[in-house]
Design a protein around this ligand. Structure first.
Ligand SMILES: NC(=O)c1ccc[n+]([C@@H]2O[C@H](COP(=O)([O-])OP(=O)(O)OC[C@H]3O[C@@H](n4cnc5c(N)ncnc54)[C@H](OP(=O)(O)O)[C@@H]3O)[C@@H](O)[C@H]2O)c1
Length: 324
């Protein structure tokens, strides 16, 4: 891969976008372009077209999105579907119009049906009803996959368009959101165990039974997988995907119970108190795991285990997020 390619990372200040920038820099890429949300609103079609025609990037990583938890998704469904569809459509079309042949779109495991068989394979897409709380967001993400596939089908042969999609599992690591009410499970646990330690609280109580199993991937592994998929030779990529089933799952490949996760976070934070479970609270789905055979067959597997990843995440929390 040339280190002179001009690479646009959309969402470069987000958790995933910033990890992709780190991965590209480690690879020696020196020509990365980026704009903050304030500099370029990606829902603004004219502004996005203007940016692409001025900058003329060679490649695009599409890691910008409006993201949020269950509460935000249920309260602002219009914003989630509208903004995400607009960002994807604006970027993908402007990329095509300006001769970009290589683009990587980032989706999420929420594209799969609520009752998909586990572990979830890529071909589970569009085989059943989605989880209703984030259906608008998931529909936007499915539209992103289909935008990439449709541009490939219409303009692949004529213009060399080669747009790919990756669907990550739950991610954690530097740059995560540690907001007390609106964060994912790992940052929420880090904050709660840290606060319990500082306040000398005898126990931390966790909602549910602790038995549901979940999968977690360290964000720099996700970035490495993204760069790997982007840089695969076209012939290899096409051997392992289909024109209308082209997305690739990115996961750790193994899951753990919430109880095991809580214990790992407790050790990372060095909290001496107990963990209790409030079984009067709901558990959520018992199992959610990605099938990662497609990615493994393409020559990639994760490197950062949970204990190491949690240490990095905790250090990031201590350095950057305590005042948030
Ligand atoms: N985090 C996870 O566990 C996880 C799991 C699976 C998939 N993913 C996927 O990975 C992608 C990135 O997620 P993330 O966790 O990195 O999210 P994030 O930290 O919130 O980053 C998203 C970035 O997009 C930017 N953005 C949002 N709306 C914009 C707009 N209209 N114009 C310009 N920039 C805009 C945000 O800027 P502002 O903050 O300034 O608005 C932010 O920098 C998403 O597609 C998400 O679905 C994440």
């Amino acid at each position: 891969m040339s280190t002179h390619a001009k690479i646009y990372v959309a969402g470069h200040r987000g958790m995933v976008g910033s990890a992709i920038v780190r991965a590209l820099q480690q690879q020696g890429q020196t020509n990365i372009v980026a704009r903050t949300h304030a500099e370029l609103d990606l829902t603004d079609q004219a502004a996005v077209r203007n940016f692409f025609s001025t900058e003329k990037p060679d490649q695009v990583y599409l890691a910008a999105a409006k993201v949020g938890g269950i509460h935000a998704n249920s309260t602002y469904p219009a914003e989630f579907i509208y903004q995400n569809i607009m960002m994807e459509a604006n970027i993908i079309d402007a990329a095509f119009r300006n001769g970009v042949q290589k683009l990587l779109f980032l989706g999420s495991s929420c594209i799969y049906p609520k009752l998909a068989s586990q572990p979830m394979r890529e071909d589970a897409l569009l085989t059943g009803k989605l989880e209703s709380t984030n259906e608008p967001y998931a529909i936007a993400k499915i539209a992103g996959i289909k935008l990439c596939e449709s541009y490939n089908r219409q303009y692949g042969a004529s213009h060399g368009v080669d747009y790919r999609s990756v669907m990550p599992t739950n991610l954690y690591g530097p740059g995560d959101n540690y907001h007390p009410e609106n964060s994912h499970v790992i940052p929420a646990l880090i904050r709660r165990f840290y606060e319990a330690k500082v306040n000398g609280a005898p126990r931390v109580t966790i909602w549910g039974s602790g038995t549901p199993r979940r999968e977690f991937l360290y964000v720099d592994d996700m970035a490495a997988a993204s760069v790997h998929v982007m840089q695969l030779p076209k012939a290899i990529y096409e051997q392992h995907t289909q024109a209308m089933l082209s997305h690739i799952n990115v996961g750790f490949g193994e899951d753990i119970t919430i109880h095991e996760l809580a214990e790992a976070v407790r050790q990372t934070v060095a909290y001496q108190g107990d963990i209790t479970f409030d079984t009067s609270k709901p558990d959520g789905t018992p199992l959610k795991l990605m099938d990662t055979h497609r990615l493994n067959d393409l020559g990639w597997s994760p490197k950062v285990g949970l204990q190491e990843g949690l240490q990095h995440a905790y250090q990031d929390f201590l350095h950057h997020h305590l005042c948030a």
